[in-house]
Design a protein around this ligand. Structure first.
Ligand code: NAG
Ligand code: NAG
Ligand code: NAG
Ligand code: NAG
Length: 461
């Protein structure tokens, strides 16, 4: 505020001093560019017009954002930008309250910690607030300015398009798509974190993020029944916990946090993938239901060589040179950081098929955690199966509990004999590259209706 006032005062000084002042101002700017700059907060009345700051963070000084002015080559040439490293450009989305994104410092820190990237955070808080539609109107102009920045970096620092990775959040994901489109799909990578739905679900591919926007485009979907888009927009699209409702998001007290919890989860999971070494692996399947039913156990269809993982591995680790597009991949997570869940197939195979549907509740217990899954065995068949996402791998599971679920019918209520089934329990860790589970309890189990049977599970790691 004080600076604005000073500037305005200068404007009304007599012309004779103006030259001196403009020199002083130029000095001001050079001086400024050597200092740390933070995101700005938009005032509600002035918030809707676009105003952009590019803040450069480098491993040398990870806590200091240095302002880059596209129109002053010196601010790029003389910055600590390291041309031998890759460049990550972070683009936030709609800012309902006109404030700096709470997660941005954490994301910048996580991207810089390995010491292998320049990070440029795009502050468009001005222009992303007040009304959603005015933020949407500003996207094209914002994307143009980011494209100009990238062209300057290429021209002045000799970096390649391939070395650039855009990370766009919500609306920012589609801004990334536009930037990629302006740069003819030559950028190395775009990561869309829960790309925004509203106004984009039915947009053409040019108007939203799509696989043509970079050499590799991935999206992480966590609120596809709310703020996030439900259609695939990349080469690989992660639908986390089915992409709609996230564990731990239904019990929050704060109504605002509750509203954005699912949407925010994509950011938290991405930060976690940068900070933790545990695997956030996903599996291609026709639907989440089919995935949790145990229909998709590997990554052969479509052929991905290996299963994709959220994080910074090239192409998500799938190792293909010719990438498939719009591959929906599914995974489960836990409710808290680091979110990684170990996916395991659980099976119960009846000795004799029954003339009624059978439900069995299977519970695995490891030291601190319990996960329960209900598997269904249709009338006339042998096999019931399902996938769990547990906090620990199968080999750290101590005990498995199985319970034959009773039917709640009057006939059953009056019947004296309890139903019993005999069968075998088997389990396997995913990905499973063969059709049979690799590990079974040696003896058959006899399950009596509503009486849990506990058994040690001593799988070797
Ligand atoms: C370049 O940066 C150095 C310190 O980082 C500063 O001393 C120098 O004045 C700058 N040069 C120009 C032309 O801005
Ligand atoms: C740029 O990064 C490379 C690779 O990490 C490093 O060896 C080099 O010292 C860095 N250059 C500067 C000026 O920091
Ligand atoms: C799920 O699997 C079943 C049986 O394999 C199949 O008929 C169904 O079409 C699949 N669901 C979707 C959404 O593709
Ligand atoms: C289990 O919880 C205890 C204390 O709550 C903790 O010290 C321990 O590391 C946890 N073990 C595992 C395997 O997570």
């Amino acid at each position: 505020m004080a600076k604005e006032e000073r500037r305005r005062n200068r404007m009304i000084l007599i012309p004779g001093i103006l030259l001196l002042l403009s020199l002083a101002r130029a000095e001001d700017k050079v001086h400024l560019s050597n200092h740390c700059t933070d995101f700005r907060t938009a005032e509600l009345l002035h918030g809707s017009s676009l105003s952009v700051q590019f803040l450069l963070f480098t491993p040398q000084d990870p806590n200091c954002g240095v302002l880059i002015n596209v129109h002053e080559p010196i601010s790029i040439q003389n910055s600590s930008f390291n041309s031998t490293l890759g460049t990550k450009i972070l683009i936030h989305g709609f800012r309902a309250l006109g404030t700096k994104p709470s997660w941005i410092d954490g994301m910048i820190g996580a991207l810089l910690r390995p010491g292998e990237a320049n990070v440029i955070a795009v502050d468009w808080v001005y222009g992303s607030t007040v009304q959603y539609h005015s933020a949407v109107e500003n996207m094209m102009e914002l994307a143009l300015r980011i494209s100009v920045l990238i062209r300057r970096l290429i021209a002045l620092r000799g970096i390649s398009e391939k070395s650039i990775h855009l990370i766009g959040i919500s609306l920012g994901a589609h801004v990334s798509g536009l930037v990629g489109y302006f740069l003819e799909g030559k950028l190395g990578r775009i990561t869309g974190l829960d790309p925004a739905a509203y106004k984009f679900t039915k947009a053409s591919a040019e108007e939203r993020l799509d696989p043509g926007d970079a050499l590799f485009v991935e999206a992480i979907h966590t609120d596809a029944d709310g703020f996030g888009i439900r259609i695939p927009v990349g080469h690989i699209d992660y639908f986390v916990n089915g992409g709609k409702d996230q564990p731990g998001c239904s019990v929050l007290r704060n109504p605002y946090n509750y509203l954005i919890c699912d949407h925010m989860r994509s950011i938290n999971i991405y930060i976690s993938s940068l900070e933790n070494s545990c695997s956030l692996m996903a599996f291609p399947c026709s639907s989440y239901q089919n995935f949790t039913d145990g229909d998709c156990l590997d990554c052969f269809d479509p052929f991905l060589l290996s299963c994709p993982q959220i994080g910074l591995l090239d192409h998500g680790g799938i190792g293909m040179t010719k990438l498939p597009t719009g591959v929906q991949v599914f995974m489960m997570t836990t409710s808290e950081a680091p979110y990684c869940a170990y996916h395991s197939l659980l099976e119960f195979k009846l000795q004799e098929p029954r003339n009624t549907d059978t439900s069995i509740e299977i519970t695995v217990h490891s030291r601190n955690f319990t996960t329960t899954k209900k598997v269904e065995i249709p009338k006339g068949s042998h096999l019931g199966k399902g996938i769990i996402g547990h906090h620990a791998p199968l080999c750290q599971v101590d005990i498995v509990g199985l319970k034959l679920l009773g039917k709640k019918s009057m006939q059953r209520f009056w019947s004296r004999t309890k139903a019993q089934v005999t069968g075998k329990f088997c389990a396997a860790a995913l990905p499973l590259y063969s059709s049979e589970p690799t590990w079974c309890l040696s003896q058959n189990l006899i399950l009596t209706e509503n009486q849990p049977v506990l058994h040690d599970l001593a799988m070797a790691c």
